[in-house]
Design a protein around this ligand. Structure first.
Ligand SMILES: Nc1nc2c(ncn2[C@@H]2O[C@H](COP(=O)(O)OP(=O)(O)O)[C@@H](O)[C@H]2O)c(=O)[nH]1
Ligand SMILES: [Mg+2]
Ligand SMILES: [Zn+2]
Length: 330
């Protein structure tokens, strides 16, 4: 039987199959011990053995078309996937205090990396006095990406966003707390499907309102994925994502005369020329270099961590072997 993971509790998974919703656990030999199956997350398609009288068993995680990962908060555990198989990544940023192009640029690289299609949603348009100017700034750093300005108060832009929410499509929401993600989803749904900031303030127990509903089905048939982990994406490597987010820069670099050009004072440097004639914004170039460097350092760090983990696994493997020899000698 196949199903989709719609929520992850500690060791229990809520899975939706064609017929029903059920609880399942991971089959131990496949996932733990010497097992190599990838741990499922929200949005994952899984194979399972159905047990009518208790928790079913997940036996396989099917291949993902897109996913987001972060560094596992548990030290040495490596990458943790937090959402899978979505079509769009809504990068939600408000047009007032939260407006920050640097952060959006980072999110864009990660969104491209994930395999989903990024869409920039600028919220609280009703509070913005220089919408044209801000839209232009975003267009500059998000080449090839759809950008929508919306307001949950006036309804501006809602029709444009509805166009993504077709049956069978799924959307991951990415954006800081307070930018209006929940309010937006509620307006799109036409009903209260997510808790918003105001309600949380009203019952004054904001810290405890961790909802287990991580996948929300909208009346129009699309699915919204909102996982707490998404907000603190300590970025994993985003090398491919960088290339797409900064495609115009990568294009320039490919035209430098020397393939190992450092874009300093070498002759024939296309980056240098573009900076000179103003077709490449100096600030964007600086941010690109910064992100590139971060990425390289992260890759090196991850490689090191992976090596350590492999070594640890090896030790564990020998220890287990030794233990089993010991016990068979008894
Ligand atoms: N003026 C204005 N306020 C909004 C809009 N969308 C959300 N808000 C307010 O922003 C606050 C945070 O909204 P919420 O949806 O909970 O943000 P979330 O943390 O991103 O889910 C709430 O007080 C909302 O009423 C909007 O389009 N315009
Ligand atoms: Mg919210
Ligand atoms: Zn160059």
């Amino acid at each position: 039987m196949n199903g989709i993971v719609i929520a992850v509790h500690r060791e229990r998974y809520e899975v939706k199959t064609e017929e029903q919703k059920l609880y399942a656990r991971l089959k131990s030999g496949v996932y733990y011990n010497q097992g190599t199956e990838k741990f499922p997350t929200v949005g994952d398609r899984v194979e399972l053995q159905f047990y009518p009288n208790g928790d079913s068993m997940i036996t396989k995680t099917l291949e993902r078309k897109s996913y987001f990962s972060r560094q596992d908060p548990d030290v040495g555990m490596g990458e943790q996937v937090v959402a899978a198989n979505f079509d769009y990544v809504f990068l939600v940023m408000s047009l007032n205090q939260n407006f920050n192009l640097d952060r959006l640029e980072r999110y864009l690289a990660q969104a491209w990396q994930s395999g989903g299609t990024p869409v920039v949603i600028l919220t609280k348009a009703d509070l913005c006095e220089d919408l044209q100017e801000k839209m232009m700034q975003v267009e500059k750093i998000a080449p090839g990406v759809d950008i929508h300005a919306v307001s949950s108060v006036t309804g501006k832009g809602m029709e444009e966003v509805q166009a993504y929410l077709k049956v069978g499509k799924s959307v991951v929401l990415l954006g800081s707390s307070g930018v209006g993600k929940s309010t937006l989803v509620n307006v799109l749904a036409g009903e209260e499907v997510m808790e918003t900031g105001e309600i949380r303030l009203a019952d004054d127990k904001g810290k405890h309102t961790t909802t287990h509903r991580q996948m929300i089905e909208l009346p129009q048939g699309a699915i919204i994925i909102d996982t707490p982990g998404m907000r603190e994406l300590g970025i994993w490597e985003a090398q491919d994502g960088m290339s797409q987010a900064f495609s115009e820069i990568e294009e320039l670099i490919s035209r430098c005369r020397f393939s190992n050009c450092s874009h300093g004072n070498e002759p024939g440097c296309a980056v240098h020329a573009a900076l000179e004639d103003g077709s490449l914004d100096k600030k964007r170039w600086i941010r690109y270099q910064k992100l590139e460097k971060e990425n390289r350092m992260r890759a090196a760090r991850n490689q090191l961590a992976e090596k350590r983990q492999q070594k640890k696994n090896k030790c564990l493997h020998y220890k287990n072997k030794y233990d089993s020899i010991e016990s068979s000698n008894v």
